[in-house]
Design a protein around this ligand. Structure first.
Ligand code: FAD
Length: 128
């Protein structure tokens, strides 16, 4: 199995957009045994995908072509023996709601490595 984390930008994230993403994610990820978390806020997406190497890579290729976001940048791809988010088909979390990022002017997930991004997701998931 692998864990893949990427970051991207989106200028106008709407409720409908997130609902559509979650709807497709729910069925596809369940069928393909992909778990993970999707953070959004301050004009960014941060997504962690975990599962079988082939399935995760194929999904990432598809997501990277999605025109609802841009500057999709792979941060890390790590071999794993256990899932970090075994119970999350795909959890969607709004960064702005949890006040974990206090200085939003300085918040730049493109400047963070995989460990830092996973720690950020963890921090928020403890609050959720
Ligand atoms: P189709 O619905 O036929 O899509 C055809 C093309 O249009 C694809 O390139 C698709 O990306 C794009 N597209 C689809 N709907 C829209 C729309 N409303 N506006 C603009 N373009 C659109 N999918 C998952 O299954 N699991 C995930 O974990 C997941 N995470 C995502 C995270 C983010 C940040 C984003 C933006 C999308 C995510 N998606 C996820 C959705 C994924 O990108 C595809 O849209 C979805 O898998 C369906 O693609 P498709 O080619 O099978 O089908």
């Amino acid at each position: 199995m692998i864990r893949l984390i990427y970051v991207s930008r989106s200028d106008n994230v709407t409720f409908e957009m997130n609902r559509d993403i979650l709807t497709s994610s729910f069925q596809f990820n369940q069928e393909n045994k992909i778990s993970g978390a999707l953070l959004y806020g301050f004009g960014f997406f941060v997504q962690c995908l975990e599962g079988d190497e082939e399935s995760v890579r194929a999904l990432y290729e598809k997501i990277a072509k999605d025109t609802r976001h841009y500057d999709v940048t792979l941060v890390c791809e790590t071999p794993i023996s256990e899932r970090h988010f075994p119970d999350w088909n795909m959890s969607l979390m709004n960064l702005a709601s949890y006040k974990v990022v206090t200085d939003k002017e300085d918040f730049d997930p493109y400047a963070m490595d995989g460990k830092q991004l996973l720690a950020l997701i963890d921090q928020i998931s403890l609050i959720v």
